[in-house]
Design a protein around this ligand. Structure first.
Ligand code: PLP
Length: 470
């Protein structure tokens, strides 16, 4: 991050926190230059950036003032969810989205892809090339059923950051988080049984529920604090729920995070009803602040929480390296892993292990966390600038996806068709529920907002929304 960007972020945060109110005069260029030990031109650049972000206005011969309008969109509304278990049947929609994601002409705001162009991923790439020469036949053989020892060792070490104390033997390597989630579901529930999950929630989890013949009972979520504890309690009281499936930290698609007290309450409820929690922590390490939020698993003393994650969002999805820490379900999940895919591919496991061991992962996280935070702010500005007034958006504190609520008259599937015709894709909201909800919502990716094409893509989305409303 450049000096002027850091200074603009600091001032922006002070404005957001109300330290400077609308209409207040901001510190002079000279004062800031002396206070922060930076040049006059750095401060000028920072103020220009704040103007672009809609936070400050320049008044000739007077200085800079906090912009009169707060351009941060309001948070999305909480969905009214039918509290009844539903059979999921959205595969055709999901397939349509995947099938249409193969054109290079399109700006993919629809996919939850991290920034793969970050220079901090270069060491991972060279480790992979290097390993091909170094490891010889090991790379061509089956590794252990629970995965490469080196990787499990590194993952156990890193898990301390989320408050866990895992040993390498408590971890099974999987082919991405998707496999971790689906083998967990298939292990703990039988066809026809009910799984509680967030609404809106990740469509891959919904598909895993469908493929296992299970039913999804969706619980409404607050855009900042996640699953409603009251609604969860009611659902557990009313229905014979088999497990809770949750992404409590920087959830996909909203980006919300359950406060610690809610995470502990959820664990207490799971204990009361004697059911497991499948915790998807795939975005957890992408927290904008340090230390990152704790996992529910970190309070689990009974092996009740099955923690699933992967390198797909924090490093790269093409590695297909995921893992599960199954607690008391270890042996059963190991068997399910065996009958599903035996062991996972060896080389990427070794590369990820080495990347972590050599400090590359930590360096990479430091860089992308700061970048994604900045990108989020930029994307929120574009939502305010290019989408009609009244558009609402979430404000994640980690990860790189944004949940946007459009005017009720907008059908996001139709909007996506119009946008794709102009080279932009968005993820329509109804993919994220088993019901027909969220038709006027979209999920957009902000991992790459430094790319000029992304601002233009947002302009196009805005124009198409305007046309549909006209
Ligand atoms: C919340 C969530 N869980 C799981 C997955 C699947 O991850 P993987 O690519 O590691 O299988 C994704 C991917 O988008 C996700 O967003």
């Amino acid at each position: 991050m450049k000096l002027y960007e850091r200074l603009a972020d600091t001032l922006g945060e002070r404005i957001e926190q109300g330290y400077f109110q609308t209409g207040d005069k901001l510190p002079s260029i000279r004062t800031l230059s002396q206070e922060h030990g930076v040049s006059i031109s750095t401060v000028q650049e920072a103020y220009r950036l704040l103007e672009d972000r809609g936070l400050a206005d320049a008044r000739p011969k007077s200085g800079y003032y906090v912009s009169p309008q707060n351009r941060t969109p309001e948070l999305p509304s909480v969905g009214k969810v039918i509290q009844q278990p539903l059979q999921v049947s959205k595969w055709a929609h999901v397939l349509h989205m995947f099938n249409s994601t193969n054109s290079e002409l399109v700006t993919w705001l629809s996919v939850a892809l991290p920034n793969l162009e970050s220079s901090t991923l270069k060491p991972l790439q060279s480790t992979m090339t290097d390993l091909c020469r170094r490891v010889g036949l090991r790379g061509l053989a089956y590794d252990r059923l629970n995965g490469a020892e080196e990787l499990r060792h590194q993952l156990a070490r890193v898990s301390v950051d989320s408050g866990c104390q895992l040993s390498p033997d408590e971890i099974i390597i999987t082919t991405g988080c998707q496999e971790a989630l689906s083998i967990s579901l298939r292990t703990i529930a039988q066809p026809g049984e009910i799984i509680v999950m967030e609404s809106p929630g990740f469509f891959g989890s919904l598909q895993a529920i469908e493929a296992s013949g299970l039913k999804a009972l969706e619980i409404p979520c607050h855009p900042e604090t996640g699953m409603s504890m009251e609604a969860l309690e009611l659902a557990l009281e009313q229905w014979p729920v088999k497990a809770i499936l949750t992404t409590p930290t920087f959830n996909n698609p909203v980006g919300h995070t359950m406060p610690d007290s809610h995470k502990q309450r959820m664990l207490a409820l799971a204990t009361q009803y004697d059911i497991p929690i499948i915790e998807d922590d795939i975005y957890g390490d992408l927290s904008y602040s340090y230390p990152r939020p704790r996992t529910i698993k970190s309070w689990d003393t009974e092996g009740r929480v099955i923690l699933c994650s992967s390198a797909s969002k924090t490093m790269a999805p093409g590695l297909r390296v995921g893992w599960v820490a199954p607690g008391r379900y270890l042996q059963k999940i190991m068997h399910m892993k065996y009958i599903t895919s035996m062991s996972s591919t060896t080389m990427p496991q070794l590369a990820v292990a080495e990347f972590i061991a050599q400090g590359g992962y930590e360096r990479h996280l430091r860089k992308v966390r700061a970048q994604y935070k900045q990108n989020r702010d930029r994307m929120l500005e574009w939502v305010a600038r290019y989408l009609p007034e009244g558009t609402r958006a979430s404000k994640p504190q980690g990860g790189f996806v944004l949940w946007v609520e459009l005017d009720e008259r907008i059908d996001a599937n139709e909007l996506n068709d119009h946008c794709q015709a102009r080279g932009v894709s968005i993820a329509p909201g109804n993919l994220f529920s088993a019901s027909d909800k969220y038709r006027n919502f979209i999920r957009i990716n902000f991992a790459m907002t430094t790319d000029e094409g992304v601002e233009n893509a947002m302009r196009i989305v805005g124009e198409e929304v305007d046309k549909m409303l006209a």
